[in-house]
Write a protein that binds this ligand. Structure first.
Ligand code: NZQ
Ligand code: ZN
Length: 391
């Protein structure tokens, strides 16, 4: 196991009706003038926004509002949010929504206290300062409620990139599983896929002797395999949603990723798809992961065979471990299709003729060196071959 520092100071408040504590939590974490940031309207229709506002009013907290965050959030609204924070002397950003809303809130929070262009943070500069951020989560997926990361798409060139820094870790995150019951089944499934990707991207490691995190990841993946089909069959199943919601947080606050190298090639390859086609990130991952895993499998067949046996219950074929490894990848593919995820470019809305453009942005965009690195380093030919496997 590698040396590590794990710093995860977010206060999680979990369970039914917890959104009514938003005002008290903002106060506890020092907010007095809040920007409430939200998406395309689901929180308005569900009445959640009104409940959050009532909770702020009850604590005497002033607030401004900025809605309109799109999935795969864009830089244009971030600039607007930064201006609003400065004009209104905002001292706390409260995200009410999914990963896109949270990521946009984090970008605004970092940009509001930075003299330069906030996009610097999405071009490699680490975020050291930000307004405090809190979240009321409405979808179990991105894990942004417990992560130090934010992913934004710059309209110019449709460049989707991430930024990171402990300053944007939420001070608190309110997780009420009942709020996720209004999700369309496709979004629920896309969220499940993203959570599983966050686990797989950590499972694919070159670090030896990481039994404790291997076992944590396996437990969380087994939870998703158990609860995923239950919640798809019965969207009002609070207990299944509760287990998925907490698994989603644990999958991505890095408690399962400490002390080990991680992959993230599937995420990088997918981000080009959701940037260009505006597809759901989880849906893109459903198509990307089986292709990437099949392509890189030979790098460490036994790791994939271990996943197949421990996670998917495959029989170990000691004479042909690659057959076991492949069976595990096929089990993942079949599972994702079974919960309603797309299986190829066509179902995703992606086009084969765009592959050169996807590869160019992936491997060269924003100053990248012609390759991406993770579990294995993938050059432009590798990435083109992987995209072709998805067609
Ligand atoms: O905008 P509204 O109207 O709220 O609708 C949203 C949106 O259309 C809807 N929705 C959310 N909660 C709902 C609901 N509809 C009904 N009832 C509810 N309770 O669902 C749609 C998707 O929402 P979005 O926030 O985009 O989903 P998600 O949480 O999957 O976030 C995806 C974004 O997070 C990034 C992705 O790349 C993508 O841009 N990621 C962020 C990470 C991070 N910050 O750590 C890590 C991830 O790997 C990921 O890259
Ligand atoms: Zn993800």
């Amino acid at each position: 196991m590698n040396n590590f520092m794990f710093y995860s100071p977010t206060c999680f408040v979990f369970g039914k009706d917890t959104e009514n504590q938003a005002g008290a939590l903002v106060k506890r974490f020092g907010g007095s003038r809040v920007l409430i940031h939200y998406g395309g309207g689901s929180v308005v229709r569900s009445g959640l926004l009104d409940r959050v506002k009532a909770s702020l009013k009850a604590e005497g907290i002033a607030f401004a509002e900025l809605g309109g965050v799109k999935p795969n959030p864009r830089s244009g609204l971030v600039y607007e949010g930064i201006r609003l924070c400065r004009d209104e002397k905002i001292d706390f950003v409260l995200a009410v929504g999914g990963g896109s809303v949270i990521d946009s809130s984090k970008a605004i929070a970092a940009g509001a206290v930075y003299d330069g262009d906030f996009w610097d943070f999405y071009s490699g500069k680490r975020i050291e300062n930000a307004l405090p951020v809190g979240t009321v989560l409405t979808i179990a997926a991105a894990g942004s409620e417990g992560s130090p990361d934010s992913v934004i798409t710059r309209e110019e060139g449709m460049l989707k990139r991430g930024a990171s820094g402990d300053a944007i870790r939420p001070r608190f995150s309110i997780l009420n599983p009942a709020l996720t019951q209004t999700l369309p089944p496709f979004q629920t499934a896309a969220g499940i896929t993203d959570i599983m990707a966050h686990l797989y991207e950590r499972y694919l490691t070159n670090t030896k002797e990481v039994e404790v995190t291997d076992r944590l990841i396996e437990a969380l993946l087994l939870t998703m395999i158990h609860e995923g089909p239950r919640v798809i069959a019965d969207p009002d199943n609070y207990e299944a949603r509760a287990n998925i919601m907490w698994a989603g947080m644990m999958a991505h606050n890095n408690s399962c990723g400490v002390g080990r190298s991680q992959d993230w090639n599937s995420h990088n390859i997918e981000h080009e798809l959701s940037a260009l086609y505006d597809c759901a990130h989880g849906a893109g991952l459903a198509v990307t992961m089986p292709a990437v895993f099949t392509y890189v499998m030979k790098h460490d067949v036994m790791r994939f065979a271990q996943a197949a046996v421990r996670i998917w219950g495959c029989q170990m074929d000691f004479a042909h471990p690659e057959a076991t490894a492949l069976a595990g990848i096929e089990a993942l593919r079949a599972f994702l299709i079974s919960i309603g995820m797309p299986k190829n470019f066509a179902e995703l809305g992606a086009k084969e003729e765009d592959i050169p453009r996807l590869v160019e942005t992936l491997c060269r965009g924003n100053g990248r060196p012609g390759s991406i690195s993770g579990f294995v380093t993938l050059n432009e030919d590798d990435c083109a071959a992987i995209y072709r496997m998805m067609v």
